[in-house]
Design a protein around this ligand. Sequence first.
Ligand SMILES: Cc1ncc(COP(=O)(O)O)c(C=O)c1O
Length: 393
Amino acid sequence: MMVDWVDSLLMPSSMPDMPDSRNWFAPPPAHRLRRFVASRRDGPFIHLGDRKLINFASNDYLGLSFHPAVCMGAQGALAESVGSGASRLVSGDDPMLHRLELKLAAWKGYQACLIIGSGMLANLGLLQALADRFTHTFSDKLNHASLVDGVRLSGSQSHRFAHLDSEQLEQQLLKHPARNRIIVSDGVFSMDGDCADVTQLLQLAEAHDTLLLIDDAHGTGAVGKSGKGLSDIAGIAGHARLIEVGTFGKAFGSYGAFILGTTELIEGLKQRQRTMIYSTALPVALIAAAETALAIIQKGEVVNLLHHRLEYFKQAAAELDFMPSNTPIQPLIIGSDEKAMKIASTLADNGFFVPAIRPPTVPKGTARLRFTITAAHTEEQLHALIQCLRTIL
Ligand SMILES: Cc1ncc(COP(=O)(O)O)c(C=O)c1O
């Protein structure tokens, strides 16, 4: 009797009515399977197994993740502690956070700033704090998953407009009047490299009495002459209806995120934003890295260099069919998943790491190669990449 019982515990449970962690998930179809490939970054290169490739798959647009001053900034802070030990409200509220918040707000032209663990946490928590079931949210259909999930978690009444379609957005605003409404959009779109017309979105927000949330994770540090992103180019930074999100994980070269807005908004978030209240504060090493990165960005040279490299790439690739994009994200639509995978693999055989982005990350039939150009790439590397691509295509 005893032996039977032990045997039954050891038996693989494959019966559908007895799920355990081994059969909980249905296996994804082969073409949807996400694979983690161990890789080690090395400046603008990436080691994949025994291959060293030039990395065109990083959001480290300014090469600051391996900039000696940024690394030294982090190392200095690391000499004292690694983790922050608690959430900001308990004992993790290091004065360095406040200093950097003041600097970021002044740089971007807002009254106040709140630093938070990551862009995902910023967007989830922000939407959950701002919106409830009486709120209507109006989102671009190609928004980043963190905004999509933030809207879902908020329980708000969600409306989605076709990508960049402000006419459809206006129709929806006219159709759904409510006291609390928020237009939600990426600034630079991460898979297409195109940009929201933030001026027009703000005009709609004004005309229809709504808030506007712009997540400019990819624009911050990379777009605009001074790297201040789309709101600066449009001259709308600091507007009382505008809330902006930026991250440290891309052009700043490290990890973390920040929210910008009016003093009252940021004070309100400190009371309500659960992803800040109930999550461990950003470690000081990352705050120090972000502060050093900001100082480097403010000097302007590295942002300039990125723009030169981007211009060089766009000219060299002029006769190839890249999507129109003035940002470091340069996608080339291939169409079929298999073909995109094959070209990515041939590029890798020739020393270039370029990811094939496939559905469900992008719409069906629009599998693409997503090239990211950074200040750390040399003109020779960009030239070699285009030559190779021409031959393959
Ligand atoms: C537009 C956008 N927002 C937010 C995020 C999430 O930021 P983080 O990686 O800091 O969580 C990303 C990350 O890819 C992004 O592309």
